[in-house]
Design a protein around this ligand. Sequence first.
Ligand code: ZN
Length: 397
Amino acid sequence: MTSPTPDPDDAPRTFLLRRGDSGPRVAALRDVLVRAGAADAAADGPAAEVFDEALERVVRAVQQERGLRADGVVGRHTSRALDGARWRLGDRVLRHVPGHLLHGEDVAELQGRLLALGLLDDRRDGRLGPRTEAGVRELQRSTGVAVDGVVGPRTLEALRGLDRSVVGGDPSALRDVERTAQARRRATGRVVVLDPAHGGPESGATGHGLREADVVLDLAQRVEGRLQAAGTTAVLTRGAAQNPTSEERAALAADVAADVVLVLHADALTPPGRDHDAPPPPSPASGVATFSWGTARSRSTEGARLAGLVQRELVVRTGLADCGSHTWDSDVLRLTAMPAVRVEVGYLTSPDDAALLADPAARDRVAEALVAAVHRFFLVADEDVPTGVLTVVPPPA
Ligand SMILES: [Zn+2]
């Protein structure tokens, strides 16, 4: 199954090209550079055969990227490095031969995948050495492929299978997808209570044609679908027609043994004397604020951690102004025993916030931020990810 494959090191292909040269060999060099990922090297017509200043810049960039002397001259080392560029992962069987390091773009691509999967700590140098081989063996062990350290058709198939759950080719993005999968595993089986405030005849805040009760119910439903798509049970405290009391909302959270409660409000800068259950309005009167339970003497540390995550994810994913994360002795927060966060997701009285909250795509981003924060909350400390990177599964259509 593993026929011997030619090693590019053995290929007697020596370019020696520099700025000022011209002819078909320059055109060939451009082709090789494009295949090596340097799209800027492409040129049409007679220009393709001229080694001009722009091409020299491309060569320097490629040399720098590959740890070669960036002199812009295509000599023996550069042409050897470029020769490896013609290999794409899957073009040949990759096998580590001690004392003779196979190299090429395909090896670099393999290393990128292994790095992304956490199976390789080494740098991506495009050379198939013992550490890369060890990573391949680890990949084979974890995907049920016969463990021989050789990247043949079965191993490539296993990698492609992983690709289906992984989007994009950037190693750090792949690592984030892996963390996302981890977060979903930890979120599976958890119960999240979503508490859209107000409801029924009580509209809550209003502004720019929006009613708080409607906005937060719609947001809760968007969060619900995404949580359920990721295997987390979501329970809403009300539908469109009801306005349960704070005690009833908290009792529901206790009944379903919620792991987490999200209380959803939108704010308004209310004229003095108007009775609305919003906290004293932060200034400026736009943006997102989160609250966890706390008094002057005591506070919920887990609630504060969740509030911080919700705050950061919302700010990064929506662009709403950051009004901070605070403690507050408000009803539902006080009446619930599990980590609970009250979110004031924008001001309906702010034209910018209202425009954002009227946009279904922005509501999806709000929902994704809330789901990402909840999923991060379920990760243990050393697994946590940077803000804005967890991928949130959209609900089934
Ligand atoms: Zn409210």
